[in-house]
Design a protein around this ligand. Structure first.
Ligand code: MAN
Length: 495
């Protein structure tokens, strides 16, 4: 109670002597008239002026106690002569810590606060000077960025118009090329089909011829007495034909092979015996002594024509291998070759135009994406497009590819983790904050995301990276693109 009356007396004395009311922001002075009752600034109460700064909180907004710690929501004004004035929370008044550089917040505490405002003011002025110079110089660079960016976007508009026009003409050209291709492919297909059919017939004939040759070898080998017949005894002489495995070929076994005849001539042998014995007996191979004439070199191809369809191939691969040399499809005849080359040309022309169309479609969509991008107030961020910047801390290398993606890679190896893809400029932040989201999902948590804060600097540089909350990353990026003219970046007035 004693303390309160003392403070009331001091406050009264201050005011009546024309001194400032302790802790009062001069901007609010007009609302504090010692000759009248005081009405709280939020209108919540009217009290005798003597209760202002009496160390007892009467107003809900704390406005009756600017100079004491009585109101938890009150504000104390630091005049800080020689430096920047500031407002601090009332709770910091007389708490033993010097918050105002002039030390006036600790007027009734043990803290011996020195007045450091002049020194701090000097340092702040120097910092302001430095920042001012930085902004001035950076701003010149920013103007260049804008000029280059505008030019690049303008060029892209021109390029887009050109590519679109070319795309349209390629599309209409393509329809004609497709018709020409189909027209050329029809006779080509017919001629090839004819060739393949003829080849199938020829192949079958050669196969039969070969079978006869092989059978002749087999027959001659079995007909040991060369009398033009294979007899029961001659069959019995072949151990391989011992079907019941008793060590000899019995007469009845032999008769079975010969269709119950005692002997058989070549024609009957081919019809009914050859297929039965050829699998079991090892006869001299035809290839060792070719019987059939080798096809004339001009009729043969070293390899089957490129487009030779597998469907035309014989199913029996083993047989094919054996006879591959012998059974290669001959080259197409000259008229077919001409049709193929005409069709090839038509195909090439169509494919080239089709590829061009696809390339153009991609280029048009990329140009559109580029042009539609928000590159700042005056295109100052254009040249960041597709550029990547890295920052490495103790554990990770962070990479920010502007307008594209942000990633993180452990220094000890492994793959990149996506921290987000380009999202948006943060609203209301004047192109000073970029948001990347939808990165890789955090284990048991949300998708990773990154916020990039841009600050004025002479170089484009990723300055720092941190993870203030799990899987939420914060990075600082310096660039001339955010330097402002006439900005000195002075310290905040509110602590
Ligand atoms: C990885 C990194 C970290 C992240 C954890 C979350 O180790 O992406 O930054 O905090 O995953 O599990």
């Amino acid at each position: 109670m004693m303390m309160r009356s003392l403070l009331v007396a001091v406050a009264f004395l201050q005011v009546t002597l024309g001194a400032e009311l302790r802790g009062l922001n001069p901007n609010k002075k007009h609302s504090y008239n010692p000759a009248k009752d005081f009405t709280c600034l939020d209108g919540s109460a009217t009290i005798p002026f003597s209760l202002v700064n009496d160390d007892y909180c009467d107003c809900r907004d704390g406005s009756d106690e600017p100079g004491t710690a009585a109101c938890s929501n009150g504000r104390f004004y630091c005049e800080n002569r020689g430096h920047q004035s500031a407002e601090i929370l009332s709770s910091r008044v007389n708490d033993g810590i010097c918050d105002c550089c002039d030390g006036r917040d600790e007027y009734d505490s043990r803290a011996a606060c020195a007045d450091t405002c002049i020194e701090m003011g000097k340092q702040a002025a120097e910092e302001q000077k430095r920042l001012k110079a930085l902004h001035e110089e950076g701003y010149q660079k920013r103007l260049e960025y804008s000029m280059q960016g505008r030019k690049r976007v303008d060029n892209s508009h021109t390029e887009l118009a050109e590519k679109k026009a070319e795309l349209e003409s390629v599309i209409s050209e393509l329809a004609a090329l497709q018709a020409a291709k189909e027209e050329a492919e029809e006779p080509e297909r017919e001629a090839k089909e004819k060739h393949h059919e003829a080849w199938e017939v020829e192949k079958e004939a050669r196969k039969q011829e070969r079978r006869l040759s092989e059978a002749k070898f087999g027959f001659d080998e079995l007909d040991t007495n060369s009398n033009g017949y294979v007899s029961v005894e001659e069959i019995q002489a072949r151990d391989e034909l011992d079907d019941d495995g008793d060590g000899l070929v019995s007469e009845s076994e032999a008769l079975e092979y010969l269709d119950n005849a005692r002997e058989i001539n070549f024609d009957s042998f081919v019809d009914s015996v050859w297929d039965l014995v050829s699998d079991k007996c090892q006869f001299k191979k035809v290839d060792e002594e070719p019987l059939l004439p080798t096809p004339h070199p001009e009729e043969r191809n070293e390899e089957a024509p490129d487009d030779y369809d597998d469907d035309y191939d014989d199913d029996d691969d083993e047989e094919d291998d054996k006879n591959s040399e012998y059974e290669k499809m001959p080259e197409y005849d000259e008229p077919t070759k001409v049709l193929i080359s005409v069709a090839d040309e038509a195909r090439d022309a169509f494919n080239t135009a089709d590829r061009r169309k696809k390339d153009l479609e991609l280029e048009v969509s990329q140009l559109k994406k580029f042009i539609e991008m928000d590159f700042g107030f005056d295109f100052e961020f254009t040249n960041f497009y597709d550029n990547c910047y890295e920052y490495t801390d103790l554990e990770y290398t962070y990479k920010m590819c502007a307008f594209s993606k942000v990633s993180q890679k452990s220094k000890s190896g492994g793959r990149e983790t996506s921290l987000g893809v380009w999202g948006t400029w943060s609203p209301g932040k004047d192109y000073k904050e970029m948001k990347y989201d939808n990165g890789e999902k955090c284990w048991n948590g949300p998708s990773r995301s990154a916020t990039i804060t841009l600050k004025c600097g002479l170089e484009d540089e990723l300055l720092s990276a941190s993870e203030p909350n799990r899987c939420e990353y914060a990075m600082e990026f310096s660039t001339p693109a955010v330097c402002e003219q006439g900005k000195h970046g002075g310290p905040h007035t509110e602590l």
